[in-house]
Design a protein around this ligand. Structure first.
Ligand code: SF4
Length: 362
């Protein structure tokens, strides 16, 4: 670990920020409920025990920020169908164990399908360069991974390469959660890594629409505590603004090259976020000029009908901030990391898996 990283874990500074939070919570008469929208934030909060040092009256809930968890079952089914049709399907490691309607990609692989784990879209394109077979990249994740997928398509990958896009775009999902009558949110912590691509300006519409402050935060313990201080200061002052609390990585306008690639290749369309809701303009579809690389246009994909299985899983409610992992009767019993029933127990960024690993009372 670098000295820089350690300086963001300095216990004395953490104590001072914690004291500041306590004073701010008192100044706003307590009972503040903040939502973060990032699995990496949940992991940092759990790993460093941040909830245990928060003052009474301040709750940090998880929102729809785990990309594996919000990938919809029919999207997994499409990837399984393509693998079972004899194509090579390459995807990120976490996705392989996410249950579809009848099976996961792992189960398809166990039955003989060629399913490979990759760390990037470019690695999947490299697989296509080494074979004559069709290689489909099952592309999941938010802006952070969608931009590299876009970059690969702009570079002109091999003709036997295509993308099954399950990429999602976060800000409209924040709108859906904030609009829900059963969800109370006083402010958002936004994900610093997604904002490195799109910048902080994209959250202005969330602020205007809901009159809620948004703070873009990094992932070290002091990043999270400092971001909470900024949020509480806005609430104390009766202001709703976008604050960049991660300026060492995030520019207000984002990364122009990455943003240009992202929106040249993808367009925003309505789509289902697993268990949460149909979210307008928050699923990323490949635009017409790149249609030749779109697996949905290249192949006829037959998927099983949704039989309602998995309905005991409340992952969607957890991702929408309306339940906690321990509210699920399957947690730690029928559903464990070794035998996951829902996507939230699969991913390292999934709230159920994180709680299973670190404990706590979130
Ligand atoms: Fe779903 Fe398992 Fe989490 Fe329950 S414990 S909500 S079944 S992932």
């Amino acid at each position: 670990m670098t000295t820089d990283a350690l300086s963001f874990r300095d216990p004395d500074r953490a104590d001072r920020l914690r004291d500041r939070l306590e004073r701010l919570v008192a100044a706003v008469d307590g009972d503040v409920r903040v939502m973060h929208v990032c699995g990496s934030h949940e992991e940092a909060i759990a790993e460093f025990g941040i909830r245990s040092v928060l003052p009474d009256g301040l709750t940090v809930a998880m929102g729809p920020g785990c990309p594996v968890c919000v990938t919809d079952r029919p999207e997994v089914d499409e990837a399984v169908a393509l693998a079972e049709a004899g194509h090579v399907v390459a995807t990120y490691g976490d996705m392989i164990r996410v249950p579809g309607t009848e099976k996961s990609l792992a189960a398809a692989r166990d039955a003989g399908a060629d399913v490979r784990t990759v760390y990037s879209a470019s690695e999947a394109a490299d697989i296509a360069r080494e074979t004559d077979r069709e290689v489909v990249f099952f592309a999941t994740g938010f802006e952070t991974t969608a931009a590299p997928t876009a970059a690969v398509l702009r570079e002109g990958p091999p003709a036997n390469f295509s993308v099954l896009s399950a990429h999602k775009y976060v800000p409209p999902a924040m709108d859906v959660v904030a609009d829900h009558p059963d969800t109370r949110i006083d402010g958002f912590l936004a994900a610093g890594h997604a904002a490195t691509v799109t910048g902080t300006d994209v959250f202005e519409s969330v602020v205007e629409r809901h009159d809620l402050p948004v703070v873009v935060a990094g992932f070290e313990p002091l990043d999270v505590l400092a971001a909470l201080v900024f949020l509480l200061e806005d609430l104390r002052d009766g202001e709703a603004t976008v604050t960049n609390a991660y300026p060492r990585c995030v520019a207000d306008a984002g990364n122009e090259r990455a943003r240009t690639a992202l929106w040249e290749v993808f367009e925003r369309v309505p789509g289902e976020w697993r268990g949460i809701a149909q979210v307008p303009d928050a699923s990323l579809r490949i635009r017409e000029p790149y249609a030749e690389y779109d697996a949905r246009r290249r192949f006829e994909i037959e998927t099983p009908a949704d039989d309602g299985r998995g309905s005991d899983c409340i992952c969607g409610e957890i991702m929408a901030g309306r339940a906690a992992p321990r509210d699920c009767p399957l947690f730690g019993e029928a559903c464990t990391p070794r035998s996951p029933v829902g996507a939230c127990m699969v991913s390292d960024e999934g709230p159920c898996r994180i709680q299973h690993a670190y404990g706590g009372d979130r």
